[in-house]
Design a binder for this molecule. Structure first.
Ligand SMILES: Nc1nc2c(c(=O)[nH]1)N[C@H]1C(S)=C(S)[C@@H](COP(=O)(O)O)O[C@H]1N2
Ligand SMILES: [Mo]
Length: 495
């Protein structure tokens, strides 16, 4: 007795889904979470095609979870796509009465599509082997009608488990790869150069000791990536082109940068999309060279610049800001980690994070203004940062006093002082500030200790180096960055 047609459809669909899952897993087994992973292209393309509002929501509200969800949908879409390819190949083979050649057909079809997707032969071969193996297994156990009944639920459970496994391994692997600094030759065992170590020591000794407050060089630096899978160009293959409205086009390689005298700069970054008291504000010690050297050689003939990156990201801003810029190849004494733009990223003093383009590949000088990635999505984040004081720590000290503390940042305007109110803004006192670090684009820490018994409202505001008080008017992050004074209810009895 032949199985009913719908059973064939369910069976065919299950085999196709399993083949798609195995193909994705096979590619992952060979190339891991690199850009050659067959799901990377689809995952990244999906972000590009996702409506701006959803991307904004994912980044500003969901954060890391949003990024994982986006990645998972990319994985799922790839499983479905490669599954459809496998299913199609099996159908064609079956129609021609060549059931036995179906694994080969599946393998070839998946390999072809995967090479197109990933541009990587090893990645495509991994996918092809995965898909073909499932096809072989399915043919070995060509079920009778009776067997289908029993197998249906078991197969569904198995397929579900396989999909879950691919998802878990994919997300876990991505996190591990992102943090490992792959693609940077990062040898974390190598000692940090002495001049860097001295500067890092200085930052440590100037850090205020406040429970719950990160040191002046962030323990963990926030990340914002438009790509689901970050680029990982090999250092020796990387180059950056300066072109457009220039006297002479130039191309710069890592060895060009390494041949120059390396500078170390403390610099703070802040994302325009963060919440008012959010944590997308961090500081690091960066190593690299000033961009001015290269720009002078090129001879700039335009007023604007478009920076472009290996992940397809691009941002435009006035060329004046670029001339103050820095090309960083190291971070906190190590090669720049993959997640922060290895091998080289731009640092533009005092400006919102977004124009600090990572995985920088192109500096195009323009005569006319243009629109960057985030500006096309409605943001206004190419200018100087707003002034902010954050309230990140509330403690009760051994002597019973209350301690509140945080960080303050005003880009290159610098922080003159931080003022604290413990009575909801009625009266203000000056907080203690950390000693300034060298550099003119660096945050400060603040702390205030006082007596209090009852619940009260703490408000903080920074005053920048020009004497301007942080604006009180409240605004959401979108489109120009969050605004207002951070305030919190502090209850001494619950500290
Ligand atoms: N190529 C590239 N550069 C990029 C981004 C990106 O997604 N791709 N994100 C930008 C944004 S929005 C910010 S806030 C900063 C964050 O830098 P970080 O991830 O090193 O903290 O990088 C900027 N540079
Ligand atoms: Mo950002």
């Amino acid at each position: 007795m032949t199985p009913l047609p719908w059973r064939r459809v369910v069976l065919g669909g299950t085999v196709a889904f399993a083949a798609g899952t195995a193909a994705v897993a096979g590619s992952y087994a060979v190339v891991g979470g690199s850009t050659a992973f067959v799901a990377a292209t689809i995952a990244n393309t999906m972000v590009t095609l996702t409506p701006a509002a959803i991307v904004t929501f994912a980044i500003t509200v969901l954060g890391d979870i949003g990024s994982d969800l986006a990645y998972l949908s990319g994985l799922a879409a790839t499983v479905v796509a490669l599954g459809a390819v496998a299913g199609g190949a099996r159908l064609v083979a079956a129609r021609r009465g060549r059931r036995t050649v179906s694994p080969a057909a599946v393998g070839v079809a998946i390999a072809a599509v995967s090479v197109g997707l990933s541009g990587s032969v090893p990645s495509a071969l991994g996918a092809a082997v995965g898909g073909a193996l499932v096809s072989v297994a399915a043919d070995l156990r060509e079920p009778t009608a009776a067997a289908v009944d029993v197998d249906d639920s078991r197969r569904t459970v198995l397929a579900g488990a396989a999909a879950l496994a691919v998802g878990v391994v994919g997300v876990g692997g991505r996190r591990a790869v992102d943090d490992s600094g792959v693609g940077t030759d990062a040898a974390s065992t190598e000692p940090v150069p002495e001049d860097v170590a001295t500067l890092l020591d200085e930052a440590e000794s100037k850090s205020l000791s406040v429970d719950g407050l990160e040191p002046l060089v962030s323990d963990s630096f926030y990340r914002v990536d438009v790509a689901n899978v970050d680029p990982d160009p090999a250092r020796e293959d990387w180059s950056m082109r300066i072109h457009g409205a220039v006297d002479e086009e130039t191309t710069i390689t890592v060895s060009d940068i390494e041949a120059m005298e390396q500078e170390h700069r403390f610099a703070t970054l802040r994302c325009v999309g963060e919440s008012l008291n959010g944590r997308k504000l961090d500081n690091a010690l960066w190593t690299g060279v000033p961009l001015a050297t290269f720009l002078e050689e090129a001879g700039l003939q335009g007023e604007y610049v478009m920076l472009r990156a290996a992940d397809g990201f691009y941002e435009e801003f006035p060329v004046d800001a670029l001339e103050e810029g820095f090309l960083a190849v190291g971070m906190n004494g190590r090669p720049l980690p993959r997640g922060h733009g290895a091998p080289a990223r731009a640092l533009i003093p005092g400006h919102w994070g977004e124009i600090n383009v990572k995985w920088l590949t192109e500096i195009e000088i323009l005569d006319e203004p243009a629109t960057g990635y985030w500006e096309e999505r409605g943001w206004h984040g190419t200018g100087p940062v707003e002034t902010v004081a954050k309230l990140w720590a509330e403690n009760r000290l051994d002597d019973g006093r209350i301690e509140v503390g945080g960080t303050a940042y005003a880009g290159t305007r610098g922080i003159d002082r931080v003022e604290v109110s413990t009575d909801a803004g009625a009266t203000w006192v000056e907080a203690e500030l950390s000693e300034p670090l060298p550099g003119d684009d660096v945050w400060r820490q603040w702390v205030h200790r006082y007596e209090a018994g009852n619940r009260h409202e703490v408000v903080v505001r920074a005053v920048d180096g020009t004497g301007t008080v942080q604006p009180q008017e409240e605004a959401e992050a979108f489109p120009s960055g969050p605004s207002g004074w951070v305030s919190k209810t502090v209850d001494p009895r619950s500290l």
